[in-house]
Design a protein around this ligand. Structure first.
Ligand SMILES: [Mg+2]
Length: 131
């Protein structure tokens, strides 16, 4: 895959193990992957001009949570075209309904997903946004 056609994906999660695991999976699948272990770091990257095609973010994190990050990005009109996918914990129905109300492109329940399933799900969500 040519470098210019590589899809850029930004992962945000305070769980370093998950971050590394998903980064490896998506890198192997041909994505240009960047990671952030907090929403503050992610927001700074985007404010500094990084424009991911896909943003995959955990919700529950110390400080500003993942949905607050999405709200901040929208308020500042940053990366409006990015596909936004949230990672939610199993049974976190409040988070899921918040995500739905915010109109994110999709969400993935963390507890039930292995990296290959996350990859497949993200690609499905990204494809459905395009059409
Ligand atoms: Mg977390």
């Amino acid at each position: 895959m040519a470098e210019s056609s590589q899809k850029k994906i930004l992962f945000i999660d305070d769980d370093k193990f998950l971050l590394d695991m998903y980064a490896l999976k998506f890198t192997k699948a041909g994505y240009d992957v960047k990671t952030a272990d907090s929403t503050d770091v992610a927001l700074k990257m985007v404010r500094d001009g990084y424009t991911p095609d896909i943003l995959l973010s955990d919700i529950v994190m110390p400080g500003m949570d993942g949905l607050d990050l999405v709200a901040a990005l929208r308020k500042e009109k940053l990366i409006p075209a990015a596909v936004v996918v949230m990672l939610t914990n199993q049974g976190a129905s409040e988070d899921i309904s918040r995500a739905q109300k915010m109109g994110v492109d999709g969400y993935i329940v963390k507890a039930t997903t292995v990296p290959s399933e996350v990859l497949a799900e993200v690609e499905k969500i990204a494809k459905s946004k395009k059409t």
